[in-house]
Design a protein around this ligand. Structure first.
Ligand code: NI
Length: 400
């Protein structure tokens, strides 16, 4: 549907305020599902724009427009338990916490959309629902947003991520990928349990350490030898713990890790095979095996028509040279996947690096920063994409 203004012009107009909002949010990073400072701040700013808000825990929603289908734009709002080392003048004022993944920018850009639309509600040919979501960094915040009813009546959804997420993007470019774009981010943990003894007499103990070593190495064979080479899978054992002394065989060796897959069937296969592998190795070594599959976010799968529509909107808004159709997914996880399981939509990336100015650290790094001059692109493309998504079949909606 056609908006009664130019998205790029309007985004340029609100950019200075978006930068102010981003810096204000950057100073008050909070992690997890409970973000009182952040949510109060966002609610205050939305109300100052004349909007009414719905709040569920630290999730916020605001709706603009009076007719037509509802398209949601989502921003996540949580930070990370990272001690900031940027030295920025608006650096974190909460020691040990930092907006190291750019969610401050996502939230600020969504306030920018609110600022553009606030005075034009009666002109809008569709409804726009702004969703501010806590707990993206592993806390399943999207599920709470859905449970709160904030996705009800939504015909389509769009959301973006800033930073340095795809090696196919140059600074300033927007990346789109129809189909699987991000991986299931499952977590697992387990233990090999034997019995301890003297390091000089392993025959009188049941040593769990060689079994864990085999498990770590053999877990790599699932991707290399059991799944098709074209079916992406990563298994990483990221934490191991066993023993305390040079000469004591411990009774227990434990591990934690993550498995990343792009397809539901491969996801279930990896879960099953890791468990079978651990049991088999334990049996061969005369040990017990304890296994916990902790699950995680499902794969993020962009709906094809919504992605084409959003990419077209981005080309029109930014110019074709700023828009890249990505060839490869990334193996990071993102709980936007839960929205896409329910409604058609598109998640996209904006590369906000500026290496010539030293802004070159990856997401989650204690010196992560972003090129604020690019944040207007998040505002403009999300808004232009929302207008296109309002046209998708099934999204016609009725006047309520
Ligand atoms: Ni993130």
């Amino acid at each position: 549907m056609k908006l009664p203004f130019d998205c790029a012009d309007e985004a340029a107009r609100v950019l200075p305020r978006v930068v102010q909002w981003r810096r204000a949010l950057h100073r008050i990073p909070e992690a997890g599902l409970d973000l009182p400072l952040t949510t109060d701040y966002l609610e205050r700013e939305l109300r100052a724009l004349g909007l009414s808000t719905a709040r569920a825990g630290s999730a916020l929603a605001a709706e603009l427009g009076f007719r037509g289908p509802t398209v949601a734009i989502r921003a996540d709002t949580d930070a990370l338990p990272v001690a900031e080392e940027t030295g920025l003048e608006f650096a974190s004022g909460r020691p040990g916490f930092m907006h190291a993944c750019g969610h401050d920018a996502h939230a600020a850009a969504l306030l920018g959309v609110a600022a553009i639309l606030a005075g034009r509600r009666s002109e809008l040919p569709f409804r726009v629902r702004l969703i501010f979501q806590p707990g993206e960094e592993g806390f399943f915040g999207a599920r709470d947003v859905i449970a709160a009813g904030f996705l009800d009546d939504v015909a389509a959804i769009v959301g973006a991520h800033v930073g340095d997420l795809s090696e196919e993007l140059a600074p300033g470019q927007a990346g789109f990928l129809a189909g699987p774009m991000m991986a299931a981010s499952d977590r697992f943990e387990g233990r090999f349990v034997g019995s301890g003894g003297h390091g000089s007499a392993p025959h009188r103990a049941r040593d769990p350490i060689p079994a864990l070593a085999r498990f770590i190495l053999d877990s790599q064979e699932i991707a290399a030898r059991e799944l098709a080479a074209t079916d992406s899978c990563v298994v990483s054992v990221c934490s191991v713990s066993a023993g305390e002394a040079h000469n004591v065989i411990p009774g227990v060796a434990s591990f934690r890790g993550t498995a990343r897959t792009l397809r539901p069937d491969s996801r279930a296969f990896v879960e099953r095979r890791l468990s079978e592998l651990g049991k088999g190795i334990a049996a061969a070594h005369g040990l017990e095996f304890e296994w916990h599959w902790l699950g995680g976010y499902p794969p993020l799968v962009n709906e094809v028509r919504a992605t084409r529509a959003a990419m077209e909107a981005a080309r029109e808004t930014l110019g074709p040279d700023k828009v890249v159709e990505l060839r490869y997914p990334i193996m990071g996880g993102e709980d936007f996947a839960y929205y896409l399981e329910r409604v058609p939509g598109c998640f996209w990336f904006l590369d906000t690096q500026a290496p010539e100015r030293g802004i070159d650290k990856p997401n989650h790094n204690p010196r992560f920063d972003l090129d604020e001059s690019l944040l207007g692109r998040v505002v403009a493309v999300n808004l232009a994409a929302a207008a296109r998504l309002a046209d998708l079949p099934g999204g016609s909606g009725t006047d309520r």
